[in-house]
Design a protein around this ligand. Structure first.
Ligand code: MFK
Length: 543
């Protein structure tokens, strides 16, 4: 019989994930972990089994836009893939969004919810996108104190009943610019009936089937610029499910995330309700952006984990030069470098989850965590997104030629990862946001405080040395910013990406070292090796 390569397999994605499990053991009180572990294990089973199998079987299907019925009536119906229909049910029943709002475990509920999301996401073809927007919309409505809208939408957004649950859209991007939202052209007009209606064109609308959306538009007569924008709540369908004042012009033909129905919309009088007054819409949507950016970071870590899981399994079964790949020193070394990046991304992403948990529950240093989140959210989003692209690329390569073949699933992983550094703000837009955040909350000092707290437990000399590297790297970035800002030129802006990446990687190293000390104290030396390896990969940004 000729040689046939064994295909990589996935096991229970919770049980197999030493990094996640080690993190959760430290981050959660033992009774909380004991209580939630069965649900995490069940999600790990689904993700490594039936959902992954369905994803592979359904690989070639994509959402379809049906614009007219057989009689020529415009219907603009989008038919979703099987994975998406199944993902909708699983997400609702498992409470992937609901968990954080039910708050059964106080401030730990965010870590719980994001652990579910992390396990769920890689096997569900980016159904995490509408979940992220549902979560973000819920937060933005709550933050605005929009009581009537909260009463109407929150029970749906956070429902565990697949027949009742809603996801949300986030209608921002327009033709003049996705990054420069101030150029939004959509106009809001108030009719004689007192109802606001939106008119314009939205150029990238993710998850277009969502039953509600938050949209930016300029109330008629408002000045140009972003302060003249307002945030509106939209339910695009009437009670019979027909679109009202919205046309779906086409679905986007994208590099990746191809199961996610992303559309161009014409808004032709869709009814809308102001969320937070008639100006300052960017400020009103910011809570949503910060939540979706956290989801982005969790998704980045989750996709890295999927790449590592497949590459590791492949390395155990594929033989070359007389040995399994994992026993080839160079291959093993390459995988160790990739795994260290994954571990760093996971700690960064879940640090945001911890902060959100404190702020939302009011249990802990709310002011300190609020400031930390303001500076860390853009930094973690951009850092983990760049890592995900690099790690997905390595994972493809780790499978050799097979990794370059579509039905190995690896090319889709790489294409999908690329979106993470574009949507929800590109690397550069977020680096500029990081500069603004640093100025607003004295962000370098805030990060230094976090690093000091992390370093306090470092008894192991090797780990203490890594903590010192992290702190000196942040201090160096802080000095650079002071000098660049004093030069009264574009220097600070030009160097913003390097600055933000350096802060992101240094923070990751501090989190890794802190966790590694805890693990060493439990007799587990693996995280310490990951921390050392991450430091060797480099914390000073080069690009
Ligand atoms: C699976 C994971 C993810 C799934 C979700 C995927 C869905 C994908 C759909 C999309 O991609 S939707 C499009 C996403 N678009 C963006 O993320 C826009 C990117 N551009 C930016 O983020 C710009 O920085 C920004 C539009 C915010 C700049 O606009 P402005 O008007 O120049 O903002 P400015 O003046 O900096 O801020 C206005 C106010 O908002 C200020 O408050 P004040 O009015 O009190 O001064 C800011 O402090 C506040 N603000 C802005 N960004 C904030 C924020 N506050 C807190 N956090 C932030 N991030």
């Amino acid at each position: 019989m000729p040689f046939v390569q064994p295909s990589p397999r996935l096991g229970n994605q919770y049980d197999d994930d030493a990094v996640l499990r080690s993190y959760l053991r430290r981050a959660l009180p033992p009774d909380v972990l004991r209580e939630i572990e069965p649900a995490l294990r069940e999600m790990g089973r689904l993700a490594g089994g039936p959902l992954h199998d369905l994803q592979r079987a359904d690989r070639l299907s994509e959402p379809v836009l049906v614009q007219t019925d057989a009689w020529g009536n415009r219907v603009d119906r989008v038919e979703l893939t099987r994975v998406w229909r199944e993902a909708e049910r699983v997400a609702a029943e498992a409470g992937v969004v609901a968990t954080a709002y039910e708050r059964r475990h106080g401030r730990h509920s965010r870590v719980h919810g994001f652990a579910l999301a992390y396990l769920f996401t890689p096997s569900t073809d980016f159904y995490g996108c509408p979940l992220a927007m549902a979560d973000g919309a819920a937060r933005a409505l709550l933050a605005a104190g929009a009581d009537e809208l909260v009463a109407r939408a929150l029970p749906r957004l956070t429902s565990r009943d697949p027949a009742r649950v809603w996801v949300s859209g986030q209608w921002m991007t327009e033709l003049p610019g996705g990054s420069d939202v101030s150029r939004t052209e959509t106009v809001a007009r108030r009719g004689d009936d007192g109802v606001w209606r939106l008119h314009g064109r939205k150029w990238f609308v993710s998850a277009v089937t969502a039953p509600m959306a938050l949209a930016l538009a300029r109330p008629e007569g408002n000045p140009p610029g972003s302060r003249g924008l307002a945030l509106f709540y939209v339910e695009p369908r009437d009670e019979d499910g027909r679109l009202q004042g919205v046309r779906v012009e086409r679905l986007k033909d994208k590099l990746g995330t191809r199961k996610l129905p992303t559309a161009e919309l014409t808004l032709d009088g869709v009814p809308a309700v102001p969320v937070a007054g008639l100006t300052d819409g960017v400020r009103a949507v910011a809570p949503m952006l910060n939540v979706t950016r956290t989801w982005n970071a969790i998704t980045a870590a989750a996709l890295m984990r999927r790449g590592v899981a497949l590459a590791t399994d492949h390395a155990a079964r594929r033989e070359a030069f007389g040995r399994p790949l994992r026993d080839l020193p160079l291959h093993a070394d390459t995988l160790a470098g990739v795994e260290a990046e994954l571990e760093a991304a996971l700690h960064l992403a879940f640090r945001l989850a911890e902060g959100l948990g404190v702020v939302e529950s009011g249990d802990g240093d709310v002011a300190g965590e609020t400031a930390l989140l303001r500076v860390l959210t853009p930094i973690v989003k951009l850092t983990t997104a760049r890592q995900a692209v690099a790690v997905a690329s390595e994972a493809v390569e780790a499978l050799g030629g097979v990794g370059y073949i579509e039905d190995s699933g690896m090319p889709a992983l790489l294409r999908d990862a690329q979106v993470l550094s574009i949507w929800e703000g590109t690397t550069n837009v977020l680096a500029l946001d990081a500069l603004r955040a640093v100025a607003a909350v004295d962000g370098v000092r805030v990060l230094e405080g976090e690093l000091r707290r992390r370093a306090a437990s470092l008894a192991d000399p090797g780990l203490a040395a890594l903590g010192d590297v992290a702190r000196s790297t942040v201090e160096e970035a802080g000095r650079w910013l002071e000098e660049a800002s004093a030069r009264e030129s574009d220097a600070a802006e030009a160097g913003a990406r390097r600055f933000a990446l350096q802060l992101g990687r240094a923070t990751a190293l501090a989190l890794l070292a802190h966790h590694a000390q805890w693990a060493l104290d439990q007799g587990d030396a693996r995280p310490a090796a990951a921390a050392r390896r991450f430091a060797a990969n480099g914390v000073r940004a080069t690009g």
